[in-house]
Design a protein around this ligand. Structure first.
Ligand SMILES: Cc1cc2nc3c(=O)[nH]c(=O)nc-3n(C[C@H](O)[C@H](O)[C@H](O)COP(=O)(O)OP(=O)(O)OC[C@H]3O[C@@H](n4cnc5c(N)ncnc54)[C@H](O)[C@@H]3O)c2cc1C
Length: 334
């Protein structure tokens, strides 16, 4: 949008023909909220509290900021509509199948070949020929997400159920209860290798969640595998500006992936408008988002059962610790 408004001709290829459920927890942090406000998109479902669970034990605290529950299914379509209004040629249901450099070319699934002056690479965690996704320090994680009609859960809180090898998040967004999980492949195997099996095992271990997990088990989840938490783009190819998860992959638990997508998108747009090279942009983005690496290691530490039990017990005694931990985040800014 920013580049189109700056006078350049922009084409956006989105492989999804219409709204679709992506593996995202729908919890947007303060940075993403700011970007949405700049775009005139309201974030009505505010989140003020965080509830942390491990088995039947829980801790609760207020968030040190206001987060928002925003259904990505609707948001992504809204953003494409806004891009079209800003003059971007939006092509829905058209997938890019390969990226070539020297010379710069994008091959589309319908056989077309584009020869742009620059490519903003925004394919998220999906592979693309010529631009394979590389691993981060924390490998082999799986993301799952499903939404069901809200059974009457508290709408002002994000809830996180921790379990050995991962977590399941739950919140109410746009009248639906959203469930999203990020877990190691080993944890998924322990849950029988399926969404239903995982939720059944969690319901067994956490009775207060049983009713809602039974509802969620009936939904068909969106899934993404091989999450490269802690990945930061470093290899620079001339004319290619990676943004969002292509620039840096933050652990999902932090709720900052969308904030990074907005912030890096804006950085790339400003670099393009100023005529800066992809190498310049790549260095600036790596410096701006390098903090996802230590966070990936921290998330790994928190995926162990004994650490989780300790964290919930400590936060139950001193909720201020949980508030402080939520404050200890790095703002993607932008
Ligand atoms: C389980 C889980 C929970 C999460 N929870 C949160 C959360 O609560 N809050 C938060 O901020 N972040 C969360 N994240 C992270 C967040 O989803 C991502 O960081 C964010 O969506 C990255 O945005 P993106 O634009 O880079 O990629 P995406 O949002 O994945 O968008 C990529 C787009 O490119 C399209 N595409 C892909 N390949 C092609 C192709 N070849 N041709 C054309 N189009 C293509 C896709 O259809 C998609 O629309 C979560 C992630 C996971 C896995």
């Amino acid at each position: 949008m920013r580049v189109a408004r700056g006078g350049a001709r922009v084409t956006l290829a989105e492989r999804a023909p219409g709204p679709r459920e992506g593996a995202c927890g729908d919890c947007l942090g303060p940075a993403a909220r700011r970007h949405l406000a700049d775009l005139g998109i309201p974030t009505d479902d505010a989140l003020f509290r965080v509830r942390l669970w491990r088995g039947g034990k829980r801790a609760e605290a207020r968030l040190p900021f206001v987060a928002a529950a925003v259904p990505r299914r609707d948001l992504d379509v809204r953003l494409l509509d806004l891009a079209a209004d800003a003059g971007v040629r939006v092509r829905r249901g058209v997938a890019a199948v390969a990226l070539e450099t020297a010379p710069l070319r994008v091959r589309l699934a319908n056989g077309e070949v584009c020869a742009p002056g620059a490519v903003v690479l925004a394919t998220g965690k999906h592979d693309l020929r010529g631009a394979p996704l590389r691993w981060g320090p924390l490998e082999g994680y799986v993301g799952l997400k499903a939404a069901v009609p809200d059974p009457g859960l508290a709408a002002d809180a994000v809830e996180l159920l921790l379990f050995e090898g991962g977590y399941l998040g739950c919140l109410v967004a746009g009248g639906r209860a959203t469930f999203s999980a990020a877990l190691s492949a080993a944890a998924l195997r322990r849950g029988g290798g399926s969404w239903r099996g995982l939720l059944a095992a969690l319901a067994e271990a956490s009775p207060p969640w049983r009713a809602r997990l039974e509802m969620a088990a009936a939904a068909r989840p969106a899934a993404v595998a091989g999450l490269p938490y802690g990945f930061v783009a470093d290899g620079v190819r001339e004319g290619v500006f990676p943004v969002g998860d292509r620039a840096a992959v933050v652990p999902s638990l932090m709720g900052e992936g969308v904030g990074i997508a907005f912030a890096s998108g804006r950085m790339a747009a400003d670099a393009l408008l100023a005529g800066r090279s992809a190498a310049d942009y790549g260095r600036a983005a790596a410096a701006a988002f390098g903090w996802v690496r230590p966070l990936a290691w921290a998330a790994r530490g928190l995926s162990g059962g004994p650490v989780q039990a300790l964290a919930v017990a400590a936060a139950a005694r001193a909720p201020g610790l949980l508030t402080a931990a939520a404050r200890w985040r790095l703002d993607p800014g932008g």
